[in-house]
Design a protein around this ligand. Structure first.
Ligand code: GLU
Length: 309
């Protein structure tokens, strides 16, 4: 096994039990990290969730039942608020943060520049002076303003090379750093926490590929490791029988549902490894053997469609 100073990670949001799509992504994150000699870390992305006390523990137990292991204690994002705030303060000191009092609806209804992607922030609050800002704050009380990143014009376009998707580029608008309710935004927390944890390899579902240019932008503005020092692999999702992204409504899709239906974790692992082209259907392969077989270049590039039978 090569040895590598960096780390990979899996970063589930504790919103309920992991389904087959989450489990498959976790298995891939483990394979990518361990096959390159990296450490493999866990992070519980609990910033945005009504605390479901047991959800994170059940997720970790399911990952272990599948045969995954990780280094050290899982990191909880809610315990890292001071670092998140410190990063915002650094951006602010560089003149890159402004208050935004817009509601979702105001943003949706504002005219946008022709080249902006749909939903992009139109810049309404960007250039307010002190007096305008005070008036705007006053006007939305008891609501508080959100904080947005003032993206420098020259930095709007960001690109990175994905191990599976190739070159990905995207334009970033003035993304939210901290919401009006005080919650730290996903993009900021991910970037700050990955850097603090020594993560240099991010493997996650390809639904998040479009967030990555914004995260790369934040890495650059904060002076944190960015591509090519950060490696990305956005992996295909699992679809349900209807062709939509797999969800709880698709029946027994979590380890505990499947166990209740008589499908043991070892069998789930075979299904997942077969879906990745790493094993024959129903073949039982140990984790060490899976690592030996793992070849990113040979991974399926299409979503896997889960059919319960
Ligand atoms: N917490 C995110 C999710 O569960 C993943 C974030 C990431 O991997 O960067 O979808």
């Amino acid at each position: 096994m090569p040895s590598h100073a960096g780390s990979g990670r899996y970063a589930p949001s504790p919103s309920g039990d992991l389904h087959l799509g989450n489990l498959r992504t976790a298995m891939l994150a483990w394979l990518f990290a361990r096959s390159t000699g990296r450490r493999f870390l866990m992070r519980i992305e609990d910033l945005d969730r009504a605390r479901d006390a047991g959800a994170a523990e059940r997720q970790l137990a399911d990952l272990a039942a599948l045969g995954l292991d990780w280094d050290g204690e899982p990191v909880r994002q809610t315990e890292r608020a001071a670092e998140h705030e410190a990063a915002i303060a650094r951006l602010d000191a560089a003149g890159l943060v402004y208050e935004c009092t817009c509601t979702r609806r105001e943003i949706a209804e504002a005219p946008t520049a022709p080249h902006d992607p749909p939903g992009a922030y139109p810049g309404t609050c960007r250039d307010r002076d002190e007096a305008e800002r005070a008036a705007a704050r006053e006007a939305i009380l008891p609501r508080l303003p959100a904080l947005r990143l003032r993206v420098p014009e020259a930095e709007r376009e960001q690109a990175f090379d994905d191990l599976l998707l190739g070159r990905v580029s995207g334009a970033g608008d003035d993304l939210v750093l901290r919401r009006g309710d005080g919650a730290i935004a996903y993009n900021l927390a991910v970037v700050v926490d990955d850097a603090a944890m020594g993560v240099d390899q991010v493997v996650r579902g390809d639904d998040l590929a479009s967030s990555t240019p914004r995260q790369v932008l934040l890495q650059r503005l904060l002076g944190l490791p960015a591509p090519p020092a950060m490696e990305y692999a956005h992996v295909p999702l699992v679809l349900g029988p209807t062709g939509a992204r797999l969800a709880k409504r698709d029946g027994a899709v979590t380890l505990s549902d499947l166990a209740a239906a008589g499908v043991e974790p070892a069998r789930v692992r075979s299904l997942l490894t077969a879906s990745l082209g790493l094993a024959a259907p129903a073949e039982r392969v140990g984790m060490a053997e899976l690592l030996a077989r793992f070849d990113p270049a040979a991974l399926p590039r299409e979503p896997w469609v889960w059919r319960p039978e």
